[in-house]
Design a protein around this ligand. Structure first.
Ligand code: VG1
Ligand code: CO
Length: 559
């Protein structure tokens, strides 16, 4: 096996976004594009790279296997001494995070564009996770980007033959040093982790029907042909003895079978329709890489991710992991509705508000200040790993259902009666032109940060709102003191309602505008979110002039 140095030149735009670098497959397959980026990831690790172990795997989308093999050859030429590679290149994002932590590796490379569609004409992505198992923080991704603008060569080996469909240890001699590629079972470590966290005996009796008078729990778990399929089969069918029909779309496919693996009411419509028409106690779906989840109850009762976080927070102590490790602080991303804040307050725990993206939770978890967090974008997770975790969220909900003996809807209604309800909606305007969106954001920033804006009154639909605050959210990390500015435009009203607007950092082209609306009601908890939020939405569209700037009269996705 020989090490080869290849001359290359920089590509524009190799700047990781909210969660790694995401581009069209056609971009990643341009000569040297992926090689450059992988070399920069490795170089960003500096001196710690030599002799290190890394984890590599992804969600099985188109180009995953090729990228995986490329990474194996590039790592070999860069003094990495051992790789843990998921069989066939398959590892969910939560599984990578767990493997990094359990094996104390330097980090891991995750091959996914998450909830973006896959296939030759769609998206691919590469993300680096650090030794705590979490997505690399901004300082690290900035370094990757900086290196990418100056790269002039990359190193790769030739003649390394390996079959990643076969589990086993492969050893090679690279320039006199041993290089080990361990192809591992994609699900075993993760399943073990879930067994350490939840009471699988209780859950099995509950799901199989043993503790329910012999009636198996009717559930529909939809993997949307993403990476969670094999994990779902092992956990729900083999470990918890769910009926065969409880799981669907469990074969990871390179193009997700044409499905859009984004677990929300629009893209997981098939699940919503099936649960609405059927007699299911719970429906759930995950995104391509398995870190997101959507939970729906009987007749498709929708649990907003912000509520899901708050409810899990309320019931943490029915989960063995938290009985054992204790409950510390709770957290949410800024655009997420603040239902969880009320739970933290009642538990007497710290609450944190961080920018969008899971990387911002890591420091707080590492410092022992945070045990549960979530995002409105269908992300929920805990300090068991450093990524959000879709399957974990479903097991948490099953634990709560088992513990309370109540339906999902009853659990939510009871929660609202106790704490009040945060009505929440998010409007996404996908694939807009970038320039007018940038104009819109800078115009809006000027408007809302003008000293005269505070105190202004807006009315719509018979409701009146007075502005309390307008700003571009800036976060001071309490642990490493780093500052992340320009994280989204916020307008807060005197009654606590909020309008938030930001541009997505996960798209592969154009711009996606996200508009978040959050309104709290202490007593009026059984309304329709769309009716309750209509006045605020109208006000948000008026202040931002979104229809004029984008030419859009309706969002692409509403959640
Ligand atoms: C989106 C979500 C954000 C999430 C991120 C990664 O980012 O809003 O909450 O952390 O995706 O999720 P943005 O910048 O497009 O709004 V995943 O499951 O795509 O890794
Ligand atoms: Co994801």
């Amino acid at each position: 096996i020989t090490i080869k140095t290849v001359s290359t030149s920089p590509f524009e735009g190799q700047k990781p976004g909210t969660s790694g670098l995401r581009k069209k497959v056609k971009v990643f397959t341009e000569t040297n594009y992926t090689e450059n980026f992988v070399q920069c990831i490795l170089d960003a690790n500096g001196a710690s790279l030599a002799g290190s172990t890394l984890v590599v795997g992804g969600d099985g989308r188109y180009f995953c296997k090729e990228a995986c093999e490329l990474i194996i050859s590039i790592c070999a030429a860069n003094q990495v001494s051992r790789l843990l590679v998921g069989q066939n290149g398959i590892l969910s994002t939560p599984a990578v995070s767990s493997l990094i932590r359990r094996n104390k590796t330097l980090g891991g490379i995750v091959l996914t564009a998450s909830h973006n569609p896959g296939g030759p004409d769609n998206d691919f992505g590469i993300k680096f996770n650090c030794e705590n198992g979490g997505p690399a923080p901004d300082q690290f991704t900035n370094k990757i980007y900086e290196l990418s603008t100056k790269i002039s060569q990359y190193r790769i080996v030739e003649g390394l033959e390996i079959d990643i469909s076969k589990i086993g240890v492969n050893k090679f001699d690279v320039g006199g040093k041993e290089y080990t590629v361990e192809v591992i079972d994609s699900v075993a470590d993760y399943v073990l982790l879930m067994k350490e966290i939840f009471d699988f005996d209780k859950l099995k009796d509950f799901v199989s029907g043993k503790s329910r008078g012999g009636n198996p729990l009717k559930m529909r778990i939809d993997s949307l042909n993403g990476v969670t399929g094999p994990y779902v089969n092992e956990i729900f069918l083999n470990c918890l003895s769910a009926t065969k029909e409880s799981v669907v779309h469990t074969t990871p496919l390179p193009d997700f079978g044409g499905l859009h693996p984004d677990p929300n009411l629009t893209y997981a419509k098939d699940l919503v329709d099936a649960v609405r028409a059927g007699d299911y106690a719970i429906g759930a779906a995950f995104d391509g890489d398995g870190d997101r989840n959507m939970i729906i109850g009987h007749k498709a009762f929708f649990v907003t991710p912000s509520d899901s976080l708050a409810v899990i927070g309320h019931y943490l102590e029915c989960i063995p992991y938290f009985q054992k490790n204790g409950v510390t602080g709770l957290a949410r991303s800024m655009p997420t509705a603040s239902a969880v804040d009320l739970v933290a307050k009642s538990l007497g725990k710290e609450i944190f508000e961080v920018p969008t993206g899971w990387k911002y939770f890591g420091n707080l978890m590492d410092a022992g200040r945070l045990c549960l967090c979530g995002e409105e974008s269908f992300g929920t997770g805990s300090n068991h790993i450093r990524e959000k975790d879709g399957i974990w969220a479903v097991l948490a909900w099953l634990s709560i259902m088992q513990h309370t003996g109540k339906s999902i809807e009853d659990i939510c209604v009871e929660h609202w009666r106790k704490y009040g309800r945060n009505y929440f909606t998010r409007y996404d305007y996908e694939e807009c032109d970038l320039a007018p969106c940038n104009d819109m954001m800078s115009t809006l920033e000027k408007t809302i940060t003008d000293p005269g804006f505070v105190g202004k009154e807006f009315s719509a639909g018979g409701k009146k709102y007075t502005v309390k605050l307008g700003d571009n959210f800036s976060y001071n990390d309490p642990i490493d003191k780093s500052v992340s500015s320009k994280q989204g435009l916020r307008i807060t009203f005197t009654d606590g309602s909020r309008v938030v607007m930001r541009l997505s950092g996960t798209g592969s082209s154009g711009a996606t505008v996200r508009l978040y609306i959050d309104s709290y009601e202490k007593d009026n908890v059984l309304g329709q979110a769309s009716d309750m939020l209509k006045p605020l939405i109208d006000i948000a569209l008026e202040i931002s002039k979104l229809p004029t700037f984008t030419g859009r009269n309706a969002p692409t996705v509403i959640t």
